[in-house]
Write a protein that binds this ligand. Sequence first.
Ligand code: SF4
Length: 395
Amino acid sequence: MLKLAGKVGRIQLVEVQDRPLLLQVSTNPELPMVLRTTRAFLVSSQDIPAGYQHYLFPESLDWRTQELEGKSSFTLLPNDYDYLGHNDIIRLDGQAIRVLFRANSGHNSLLVTEQCNHYCLMCSQPPKNIDDSWILDELETLIPLIPRETPEVGFSGGEPTLAGARFINLIRMMKSYLPRTVVHVLSNGRTFADENFARQYAEIDHPDIMIGIPLYSDDPDLHDYIVQAPGAFQETVQGILNLKRLGQKVEIRIVVHKQSISRLPQLCEYIARNLLFVDHVTLMGLEMIGFTRANLDALWIDPADYRDVLSEAVGILAAYRMNVSVYNHQLCLVNDDVLPYYRKSISDWKNEYVPECDGCTRKSQCGGFFSSGVRNGYSRAISRFTDAGPKNPNT
Ligand code: SF4
């Protein structure tokens, strides 16, 4: 698992900062002088260009004291951050570093808030009822630093739309600064039940944005139980309807677990009959993190035990010609009829494989595991493929 945050070694800043420092990393010794004053140079040799705001010295290289002392503002970068590269964006805050954006990754997700009006049984980012508007301040500084050629950026929470007008402003900034970047927002959809809010969002007229909204059951009571919020189902469906009426892209996200599996085919039938016009439906495996670990008995079902239900669910959506994807599953745990919809989806920084995968001939096609799953438990039925043929050994 890639380490995105932690403590750094020695740090020396040009002046005492009263707030975190956001810096775009550069490896370009030829950068025009005027641009150097706002960037951190990632040092890789004795040849160190002058004029950068900050210098990052990897601890893996053997720096002599005078090379460090020659710089008034520098950080000794632990080996965990060896992956840092040109155009990445970091936050330095006292002795702490956080990597906010990785230019070479297709999995950049920006947290908007930790506040949420759901309390989902399987929440991976347990909500906090605190004033965290500093995150929005930081995002408003960060967005202009993101490289223009970035293909995709995600926003997550908490519930990003609880930021109200400032969420709308973030999307407006994305359109202004990164008009060619695809934007994906994870939202529970309820704020869009307010037609005025949905209209403000639609009027931004972003060229390529999608809202990913979870729906866990066709039974309102079961959905509300899973998200621990009475009345959520009605507002979520109303939010989806408002967004589609205003011509906006919507994805429905279904996390498959012991609670949602009981009515998964019925939910897919409900979606196909009532929400046929949504742009994408994803069926997602469980991430063993956050509240999931506390509620494991209520949530865990071995994917090997629901593979036929998953096939049925995908079959229903596909029969209605809906755009379907299966995320966060291991290739050896899905039936062959799911393969056309199977996607490698786990973010690169938290994607791992287990010892049973050693020698699997289809590892490159398999999405693998969340790091949390590797640590906290996974299916009893992981079984490597031994040839490149289409036959799954578990079927
Ligand atoms: S054994 Fe192969 S198919 Fe199964 S999880 Fe490992 S890499 Fe994926």
